[in-house]
Design a protein around this ligand. Structure first.
Ligand SMILES: Cc1cc2nc3c(=O)[nH]c(=O)nc-3n(C[C@H](O)[C@H](O)[C@H](O)COP(=O)(O)O)c2cc1C
Length: 233
């Protein structure tokens, strides 16, 4: 199965997104809405080699847990940043987006935390390898009590796993109504673009004005992050 996944991953990396402009995914297929460029052809082995350091990628569940918003009362803010982060990278970017946009912040916490062994992409039998090989898997969320009703803009952040969004993101978007909301996806990854993850999540959500979103570099400058946010609005 790893060979199949690596082939998919290599194909994804050959269709890199650039620009990350404000593109509506809700009404047209990705191929016609996303600015794509053909990147230098690389082998599956190269792609795997581009993944982040083992130390970082398999360091376990996020240690810092932000306070999730009290869903019983509205904060009065019209933007929320929802994210899942297994090893803290996406969390940091999400926190920065929330600061810049004065948004609420909501972390999707798995009912069963991902261990280091679960995150081992080199193991054919690891939890994440098994989950990502089956598009119908829906890992349970521990704390999905967030009410999106009062928000008009929802940023959704996640790491790229095997070229796609982690299945727990599908659990989340299928459980919420995005009707009338602008949804802005973002991801972090070793190198893979946000790619098909946006199309997949938008289709699973079935509602909302999904923008093309963007892969954001860990360590992106404040200026570049602010520019990207402005380009989304
Ligand atoms: C199971 C697994 C699969 C991954 N697959 C990819 C991938 O397909 N492409 C890529 O560039 N990075 C991949 N990565 C690396 C993560 O996307 C990257 O480290 C990300 O920034 C981690 O975010 P987090 O710290 O918020 O969990 C993978 C990591 C894991 C644990």
């Amino acid at each position: 199965m790893k060979k199949i996944m690596l082939s998919m991953l290599a194909a994804m990396c050959m269709l890199g997104l650039t620009g990350c402009g404000n593109t509506d995914f809700s009404s047209a297929p990705a191929e016609t809405t996303v600015q794509q460029e053909v990147q230098t052809e690389q082998s599956a082995e190269d792609t795997e080699a581009e993944k982040p350091d083992e130390d970082k990628a398999v360091s376990g569940q996020t240690e810092k847990q932000p306070e999730n918003p009290d869903t019983a009362e509205s904060s009065g803010k019209d933007t929320i940043v929802v994210y899942f982060s297994a090893t803290g990278t996406t969390m940091e970017v999400a926190e920065r987006i929330a600061n810049i946009t004065n948004a609420d912040l909501y972390e999707i916490i798995p009912a069963e935390p991902y261990s280091d062994a679960d995150l081992d992409w080199n193991d054919d039998d690891s939890r994440t390898t098994i989950e990502m090989s089956d598009p119908d898997v829906r890992p349970a969320i521990d704390n999905d009590t967030v009410n999106l009703d009062s928000y008009s803009t929802v940023y959704i952040g996640y790491p790229i796993w095997w070229g796609d969004a982690p299945r727990i993101m599908s659990t989340f978007v299928e459980a919420h109504d995005f009707d009338g909301k602008t949804v802005i996806p973002f991801c972090t990854s070793g190198s893979s673009p946000i790619g098909r993850s946006v199309e997949n999540l938008a289709a699973q959500a079935g509602s909302g004005n999904w923008l093309a979103g963007c892969r954001l570099d860990y360590g992106i400058s404040d200026d570049d992050l602010t520019d990207w946010i402005k380009s989304m609005n």
